[in-house]
Design a protein around this ligand. Sequence first.
Ligand code: ADP
Length: 174
Amino acid sequence: MPTALYPGTFDPVHNGHIDIATRAAGLFEHLTVAVYARPLKNLLFDVQERQAMIERALSHIPNLSVVTYNELTVDFARHIGADAIVRGLRVISDFELEFQMALIQKKLAPEIEFVCLMTSQEYAFLSASTVKEVAMLDGNVDFMVPSQVAEALRAKFKGPGNGADVVRLVSLRD
Ligand code: ADP
């Protein structure tokens, strides 16, 4: 049975990611969830924090491991011998981006397949940016993330010098 890589930023992991990882682990012999250390994004959590939160959230799945990486995703997939790269799709704009990425990555590593899983309906609205924005404004994120992630978000945004400067305000943008 083939193995797969599920790469992402996971800043932080939320229920939509957990749903995709759980379903992908059911399709492959082994799933490696890989946390990209240095994306071109403002990060709220460092790579170890992001990895630890995913490990806790998915520790009940035996054929799943969580690692960090810092290279081209297809190169990393090759290094670990993954047969496929899994991504999640929510909206049309996700498709355009993933399609472009998949075509480029297929050129770089033709032997690796790209598998996109559709979001479950209840998570279609969820993104890490939304989670951070709601948490920053002291809203309830309990239905979006595991309780340990909700606690970590509260801790980040508590007090002066908090993480607010790295949160992109999605709902307020023009
Ligand atoms: P990126 O890797 O683009 O920085 P994320 O780390 O937020 O994005 O997400 C990793 C993967 O999980 C991506 O394929 C993304 O489309 C997918 N994903 C994010 N949120 C959801 C969701 N609510 N439902 C399904 N898939 C999702």
